[in-house]
Design a binder for this molecule. Structure first.
Ligand code: SAH
Length: 446
């Protein structure tokens, strides 16, 4: 960041503009929004500048700027629109130690004026370091469209309401009041009365499915809850882009359980949820869907026992994202009339399944946490008569930018998994479409 944005107090200050032509008019229009005393120097002046002078909005001197004119000025604009004369102004400004902006000369300027969205007292300044005015204008238009024209009036109103709002209990009550005031278009007096009559609200735990990683696969409700959370308790598999969506003031607590790093015990997570959930709006963010291999029941039971309210928002489970990555369907008429969602291991070690059913031709299963159990799964399935070339698709980092699909089969599964470092779902009985096509091509070539 070469140019550091600041907001300068202009009350009782002097800003000098050298130039009264067209180029100066554009700068003056902006400067007239400030509360500074504006003094303009030029041998000749546009009618517009003369009008402003007649109205007392600027002070106009029909001569060139000299050093003595800069005494007491906080800024000077070199806007004669003549490179040489403007550089002359810059030299004077250096001597007088007043920061100068030289029009159309970034390198000679001490500061630049940003593009501005004006909802006084709310001001948004947009800078692109002079590189891309088109971009600045587009961003400005976008922000203008999003900030209601009446926002300035609301903000001024807010200042007057502050003492009354400060009497509300700190935290959620106060925050809700301001959110509804600014964005709900609700009447402040009514809101204040309501807020005062409400007792301190008890806490709540929202179990929220974060989906497989791509933030676009979050539900609208998940987004909303993240925006409103006081505390977010999340697992290691939740992607950073999704945590970005949490309210800025929210406390984020990671309770990683997977992998080899320090991990939380389930009982400690339960205690944490009960403690935080008594008075806060807690979002318990779980990857995928909270109800799929997410230990949801254990946490829910702890909250129930402690009398803390909760609700559950589903999410897209990893298997759904994985099969979507393949562009395939889990179920297919004539092939499989059911789908199994299984885990490679459970609390007791490798998980036993109905292997006979799974070994039948056409059976389809999504295997979670299957990387380390691959050899076990292959062994069990072949023991129950599965063909060695039964397809297995490995989908690593489903839905994420680094998603990888590996076509494998039962006998090569373990080897195919050797360099899979991210979370992966194994799709038993499904071959990626591209691989299926490739296999056909090879057969044709033979
Ligand atoms: N509740 C989660 C599953 C948690 S168990 C869900 O519904 O998706 C953790 C396992 O989920 C991982 O071992 C892996 O098998 C799978 N998983 C989670 N995210 C994944 C992703 N983005 N891509 C592939 N597999 C994923």
């Amino acid at each position: 960041m070469r140019h550091f944005p600041i907001f300068l107090d202009t009350v009782d200050k002097t800003i000098v503009v050298a130039g009264a032509g067209e180029c100066a008019v554009a700068k003056l229009r902006l400067l007239l929004k400030t509360e500074a005393r504006i003094v303009v120097f030029d041998a000749d002046a546009e009618d517009q500048v003369r009008d402003w002078a007649a109205q007392g909005r600027v002070e106009l001197h029909l001569r060139d700027l000299v050093l003595a004119d800069l005494g007491g000025a906080i800024l000077v604009y070199a806007a004669y629109d003549d490179p040489e004369r403007d550089l002359g102004v810059q030299a004077l400004a250096r001597e007088a130690r007043v920061p100068a902006l030289v029009v159309d000369n970034l390198d000679a300027s001490d500061f630049i004026t940003p593009a501005i969205v004006d909802r006084d007292p709310v001001t948004v300044a947009i800078g692109t370091e002079g590189t891309a005015p088109v971009l600045a204008r587009a961003i400005k238009a976008g922000i203008e469209a999003r900030l209601p024209v009446g926002l300035g009036a609301l903000a001024r109103r807010a200042k007057a309401l502050r003492p009354a709002a400060e009497a509300l209990p700190k935290g959620r009550a106060r925050r809700d009041f301001w959110t509804r005031f600014f964005f709900g278009g609700e009447d402040a007096e009514v809101l204040l009365e309501q807020a005062k009559s409400q007792e301190a609200q008890p806490g709540h735990v929202h179990f929220v499915g974060a989906g497989p990683g791509d933030p676009e696969l979050l539900t609208l409700r998940a987004r909303k809850m993240l925006h409103e959370a006081d505390v977010v308790v999340y697992d290691r598999l939740v992607s950073p882009e999704i945590l970005e969506l949490a309210r800025r003031e929210a406390r984020l607590i990671e309770v990683g359980k997977t992998g080899f790093g320090p991990s939380w015990k389930q009982e400690d997570i339960n205690v944490l949820l009960v403690e935080e959930g008594r008075n806060n709006r807690v979002v318990r963010l779980k990857s995928g869907d909270p109800g799929v291999f997410g230990r949801l029941d254990e946490e829910v039971e702890a909250l129930d026992a402690a009398g803390v309210a909760y609700d559950v928002t589903p999410g897209i489970t990893a298997a759904s994202a994985a099969v979507a990555g393949l562009g395939l369907s889990f179920t297919r008429r004539g092939r499989n009339s059911g789908l199994r969602i299984i885990t490679g291991h459970d609390t007791k070690g490798f998980a036993e399944q109905d292997w006979r059913e799974l070994a039948r031709p056409g059976a389809v299963a999504a295997i979670y946490m299957g990387k380390k159990a691959a050899r076990f799964v292959t062994g069990r399935l072949m023991m129950h008569g599965a063909a060695p070339d039964t397809p297995v698709s490995i989908v690593e980092n489903a839905s994420r930018a680094d998603q990888r699909i590996i076509a494998s089969d039962l006998v090569t599964l373990e080897r195919s998994l050797s360099d899979v470092a991210g979370p992966a779902v194994l799709l038993l009985g499904l071959a990626p479409r591209a691989a299926a096509q490739q296999a056909n091509q090879w057969q044709e070539a033979l």
